[in-house]
Design a protein around this ligand. Structure first.
Ligand code: AMP
Ligand code: ZN
Length: 137
């Protein structure tokens, strides 16, 4: 993809702080990290978002994220990590090349925004479940 910054970073055309690279992916430090060590996994092939992601990339990215998260716990001393993956502008995606965030979480912060749990309505829940399960058959 021409003019896609993550294609250029993934291919090495634009330099980055690379923490891992193989045939399919490059993992880089996020330029504006949410916490120390915030990493992004970029596929070397352009996919807009998870709905386009090919199966062999999808199968490989979670084990890689887990491996990077383990390395963060061991080497950076974080207590845990979040995997975050935004799809679409409304969901907060700002770079339209699929990527997975690995965000280290430390006991002393920083605090991250959590969603507020709402009460569910049983009838609406039933309708939603029926609607989605029908679409997924
Ligand atoms: P998202 O909002 O899920 O699309 O995430 C895009 C992420 O890419 C943000 O966390 C940005 O800080 C990060 N980012 C944007 N440009 C660069 C860049 N050139 N190098 C590293 N990270 C970047
Ligand atoms: Zn791209």
């Amino acid at each position: 993809m021409e003019n896609c910054i993550f294609c250029k970073i993934a291919s090495g055309e634009i330099p980055s702080q690379t923490v891992y690279e193989d045939d399919q992916f490059r993992a880089i430090l996020d330029l504006s990290p949410a916490s120390k060590g915030h990493t992004l996994i970029l596929p070397k092939k352009h996919f807009k978002d998870v709905t386009e992601l090919e199966k062999d990339y999808a199968a490989a990215i979670l084990p890689l994220a887990a491996k990077i998260g383990q390395a963060m716990k061991k080497e950076l001393g974080c207590a845990g990590f979040n995997l975050v993956q935004n799809n679409g502008e409304a969901a907060g995606q700002t770079v339209m090349h699929y990527h997975m965030h690995i965000i280290p979480r430390y006991t002393n912060g920083p605090k991250m925004v959590d969603w507020k749990p709402n009460e569910s309505n049983p009838e609406e829940q039933q309708e939603l479940a029926e609607c989605l399960s029908k679409a997924l058959q």
